[in-house]
Design a protein around this ligand. Structure first.
Ligand code: NI
Length: 388
């Protein structure tokens, strides 16, 4: 291709990706309801002659290019779901579905991986293996990755790559680091039961509000006193429900919260310590307590070798590599990494607001270079595996 035609092709692809991204942005669908999104993605893939892998998914799409000469399989993953947030960006292509918004930029991720698919399709005959594209639903619920794994999406796959946009990184930069990048996400519910009574005769009852209050305070000591100051963790109590009126001591209080960690030892330690603390406090106050634990995605742990490959590739396509600060938010990409080696990166998108904010935006100048990055990464990963 001459330079002119190369330039024209780049402009054409960029225009296409912007159009796709704006379409997705205007019609955001929340977790497990991505029916129109699924149809649209399928349509764009089919239009490009890319084969769909039929996994009988309710929502989400899996597709492939290459594999004509056999060889390894690697996967590129995008998430496709939106959030139940009312958009307040004022953009001309703002959400047309009331109360839903692509406030985490999954429309951007989907467009980038579609772009990579279009680029790889053009070189399909010479690919030294197969690139599988996972357009995954329900990331925000933390359930979509497991759903795809259960439907066989990782079968034969040797390595997986994924991305999240990062508003605080400039367009043209990419955050890559080995090891822990995003936190595990677990939740809990604590039920404190006492004995309800008249507020004026508290000695005849057992006050669960006082006991639960002591628990909230005591739980603060897990991070500050039981975990190394060099380790990172969060224990947050986020709801406190009890009582119905001002002159009655209630029977019961329900607390909810979340725990975020970067390492499995810390992750498995916290529920044990939490249980000990709440049982001790309950005993001191004559109350009864029960705990329910909700295990979410583990932490995102980047494979060192694939991370090295990500860094080399980023430099090759002209992205500036930075070492990102790990995020305490969760990402169900971690479930894939439990099965096979993976590398997850942060793409700089010069956003106005943080993830999940009604004013969240991404800068579309990041689309084309990111698509090139993932196409190049896929080829290099295949080459590495085909020869090694
Ligand atoms: Ni997200």
């Amino acid at each position: 291709m001459g330079i002119r035609t190369q330039e024209a092709a780049a402009i054409e692809l960029e225009t296409r990706l912007i159009t796709i991204r704006r379409h997705l942005h205007q019609y955001p669908e929340v977790a497990n309801e991505e029916f129109e999104t699924t149809k649209a993605i399928r349509g764009w893939l089919e239009e490009a002659g890319i084969r769909i892998v039929n996994l009988s998914l309710p929502t989400g799409v899996v597709a492939e290019v290459g594999g004509k000469h056999g060889g390894p399989i690697i996967a590129l993953r995008a998430d496709i779901d939106a959030l139940p947030i009312h958009e307040e960006t004022g953009l001309p292509y703002a959400s047309r579905i009331f109360g839903n918004m692509h406030a985490c930029g999954h429309d951007f991720h989907t467009s980038v991986i579609l772009g990579a698919a279009f680029l790889l399709k053009q070189q399909e005959d010479t690919l030294p293996g197969t690139v599988r594209f996972l357009f995954q639903p329900a990331e925000e619920k933390g359930t979509g990755a497991s759903l795809l794994i259960d439907h066989g999406a990782l079968e034969g796959v040797q390595a997986i790559f994924g991305l999240h946009n990062k508003p605080d990184l400039e367009v043209g930069t990419i955050g890559i680091k080995p090891g822990a990048l995003m936190a595990s996400v677990d939740g809990f519910e604590i039920i404190v039961e006492g004995l309800g009574t008249h507020a004026a005769i508290p000695h005849t009852g057992i006050d669960p509000i006082v006991a639960a209050s002591q628990m909230v305070t005591a739980l603060q000591s897990i991070v500050s006193r039981n975990i190394s100051p060099l380790e990172q963790a969060v224990v947050s109590v986020t709801t406190f429900h009890g009582g119905t009126t001002w002159n009655v001591i209630p029977h019961k209080v329900v607390l909810e919260g979340t725990v975020r960690t970067f390492h499995e030892e810390v992750r498995s330690f916290i529920p044990k310590r939490l249980q000990t603390i709440i049982e001790g406090v309950a005993e001191a106050y004559n109350a009864r307590v029960s705990l329910r634990w909700f295990k979410g995605p583990p932490s995102v742990q980047n494979d060192p070798e694939l991370t090295e490959l990500s860094i080399e590739t980023a430099k090759k396509v002209g992205l500036q590599v930075v070492v990102p600060e790990p995020s305490l938010a969760g990402e169900d990409f971690a479930f894939y990494q439990e099965k096979i080696p993976g590398s997850f990166v942060f793409i700089g998108t010069s956003g106005r607001e943080e993830w999940h904010h009604p004013g969240f935006t991404v800068d579309e100048r990041a689309l084309l270079i990111s698509a090139h990055y993932f196409a190049e990464l896929a080829i290099r990963a295949l080459e590495g595996r085909a020869s090694g």
